[in-house]
Design a protein around this ligand. Structure first.
Ligand code: BDR
Ligand code: CA
Length: 324
């Protein structure tokens, strides 16, 4: 696995491909606040809500987090082959639960996410960690267009999939289910995918103790994190132990890999199954030569929340009172 921030000495340069999304917003803010991460750019993909909305959310969240300088480049508006599958029933129509952020001053950067990913990573081979927390449409298009991308990244980490059960179906997790063909291309591209899936993200829940700590985070807590968390709908809303914040786990692994227990495996994405489409079929006993993934299976939950909440506390908006 990649070195942590402490071993590296310099912050990890990260490109985040995302679909904010309540938990994507948690991840963006973490990327802005953790001293071991240098959030170099965001690309957006249709997922939790439509492309225009996730792009606007990304810009607004960056503005609240004090980083309006981070470029946001829109990408794919729909999956490669299938009709759009969104998660409005979980994240709400606006994508951020009950949070209502003002429209950002900044505009999306010109160009397309796929070009931006290829150009930015290609300009600094071996330096940039690519993290994906939405459907893998942009990443699949990028590796198809420029196969050398797989050798240019420092590391590639996704929130997606599961070695066990799914969440949109018994077999499939949302980010994979939304575009299984893209996910299959990405897992078969010849690089190692670090899969931070439901196996680990469902362990890191924001229970009442975490919510109390978020309440102390000024405007950041009051305007985004709490109304996001408490605005989760459906299954997440009543989840025992609090709602999970899946996407921040992927960035936390980049910042502090020692918090996670990971195992190498072969992961194949089911694209044909009538009941299992989008399943990440995970074989921990595969021939070592056939293994294409590192699968996160455990996380030190108290240390994870300390890491995340310390990063949030470093955001200037955590020290100012809410205007609302
Ligand atoms: C994933 O699906 C989305 O709804 C979340 O943002 C997260 O990326 C969890 O299954
Ligand atoms: Ca997401």
């Amino acid at each position: 696995m990649t070195d942590g921030a402490a071993e590296r000495g310099t912050p990890a340069r990260v490109l985040l491909d995302c679909d904010p999304g309540i938990d994507d917003a948690f991840a963006i803010v973490f990327g802005c606040g953790h001293p071991g991460l240098d959030l170099a750019g965001l690309t957006t993909v249709s997922g939790n809500v439509n492309l225009g909305t996730v792009t606007g959310n990304a810009l607004s969240v960056l503005e609240l987090a004090g980083r309006p300088d981070v470029p946001v480049v829109p990408g794919s508006a729909r999956p490669l082959l299938r009709p759009t599958l969104d998660a409005r029933e979980v994240h709400g129509e606006g994508g951020l639960g009950a949070a209502r952020l003002p429209a950002a001053q900044a505009r999306p950067a010109p160009g397309h996410a796929v070009d931006y990913l290829i150009d930015t990573i290609g300009a600094a081979p071996g330096e940039i960690t690519l993290v994906a927390t939405g459907p893998l449409t942009n990443i699949a298009l990028a590796v198809r267009r420029e196969p050398r991308l797989t050798g240019w990244v420092r590391d590639f980490v996704i929130m997606g999939g599961s070695a066990g059960r799914g969440n949109v179906t018994p077999a499939a997790e949302f980010n994979i289910a939304a575009d299984p063909e893209a996910a299959a291309i990405v897992f078969e591209a010849g690089w190692r995918v670090t899969m931070v899936g439901l196996d680990v993200t469902l362990q890191a829940r924001a229970g009442p103790d975490v919510q109390d700590r978020i309440r102390k985070l000024g405007r950041l807590g009051a305007d985004l994190l709490l109304p996001g968390l408490l605005g989760y709908r459906g299954e997440h809303a009543q989840a025992a132990g609090g709602a999970p914040v899946h996407d921040v786990c992927a960035l936390a692994l980049v910042a502090e890999p020692g918090l996670f227990g990971c195992a190498p495996a072969r992961v194949d994405v089911e694209t044909a199954g009538r009941w299992t489409s989008g399943m990440t079929v995970t074989d921990f006993t595969a021939d070592p030569a056939a293994r294409n993934a590192l699968v996160a299976m455990t996380v030190d939950v108290p240390a994870f929340w300390d890491l995340v909440l310390d990063a949030y506390a470093a955001i200037p908006a955590a020290a100012t009172a809410s205007r609302s």
